[in-house]
Design a protein around this ligand. Structure first.
Ligand SMILES: Cc1cc2nc3c(=O)[nH]c(=O)nc-3n(C[C@H](O)[C@H](O)[C@H](O)COP(=O)(O)O)c2cc1C
Length: 227
């Protein structure tokens, strides 16, 4: 990607090597097989992960498309044990209320297969927490509000790429939403234009980690051809 600057040309050539049909098929199958192995993991090993790895996966996420290229995201990467502990305590306070009556009976029923509860030890065990923020608008140098477009769609796509990158490097993550999540804005001292989008512990899985035995929808349930 070019550096932005006033003498940069408005358009540049874009090139991808053209693959034959067999190569396309083989690559689509391989990528599908690799990404199909991704799971949300709730049991982490405390084994550290290098900061550079986290930077690479976040910059991969930050290469996502976004409405009018506003790139309306901020990622906070946290390994400081004191901040992780503060986040865990605040998340558990919200989750105690969620599991203790704020979530509907139907919602609690839907969560049963996951055997989750208000306790979130992974927020301290995982070596990294990545918090994704949406920038509802951009704050100009003069503190004026500048509009962003399709913020949730853009940040959702960036987070999908982040989760794929984490998986592809050999690590695991949990997409976590201990809502309401405004405690993250406070603890991480974020500016007024940012809203917490997701809290994602990242690391190696605990060697004894278990995941629920889930089925994914069949092709006919998710794909309709119009050909
Ligand atoms: C937006 C979103 C919010 C989620 N929030 C939580 C959460 O707060 N706690 C949790 O344990 N899992 C959470 N999950 C994980 C889902 O339960 C999980 O993705 C789903 O069960 C499918 O399992 P898999 O990711 O292993 O394929 C969330 C997932 C998404 C996409």
């Amino acid at each position: 990607m070019k550096e932005s600057g006033s003498d940069a040309p408005p358009f540049i050539r874009y090139y991808r090597p053209e693959l034959d049909d067999d190569q396309l098929l083989a690559r689509s199958k391989k990528f599908r097989e690799e990404l199909s192995e991704r799971r949300s993991v709730r049991h982490f090993s405390p084994r550290p992960v290098a900061k550079e790895v986290i930077e690479h996966v976040i910059l991969t996420a930050a290469s996502a498309p976004s409405g009018a290229h506003k790139q309306p995201w901020t990622f906070c990467a946290i390994s400081d044990p004191l901040i992780k502990s503060e986040i865990r305590q605040a998340a558990e306070l919200e989750e105690k209320q969620n599991y203790g009556g704020r979530m509907s009976a139907a919602w609690l029923d839907d969560l049963e297969p996951f055997a989750t509860n208000w306790q979130k030890p992974m927020l301290e065990t995982a070596p990294w927490l990545i918090v994704v923020f949406r920038q509802m608008y951009t704050l100009s140098d003069h503190e004026e509000k500048v509009k962003n477009y399709y913020v949730s769609e853009s940040v959702g796509i960036a987070t999908g790429i982040l989760l794929a990158a984490i998986h592809q490097v050999g690590l695991v993550a949990l997409t976590h939403t201990p809502s309401p999540m405004n405690f993250l804005e406070r603890i991480l001292n974020r500016p007024s234009n940012e809203r917490a989008f997701l809290l994602i512990p990242v690391g190696h899985p605990d060697p004894e980690a278990l995941v629920p035995n889930l089925n994914r929808k069949k092709v006919g349930e998710v794909l309709h051809w119009h050909i």
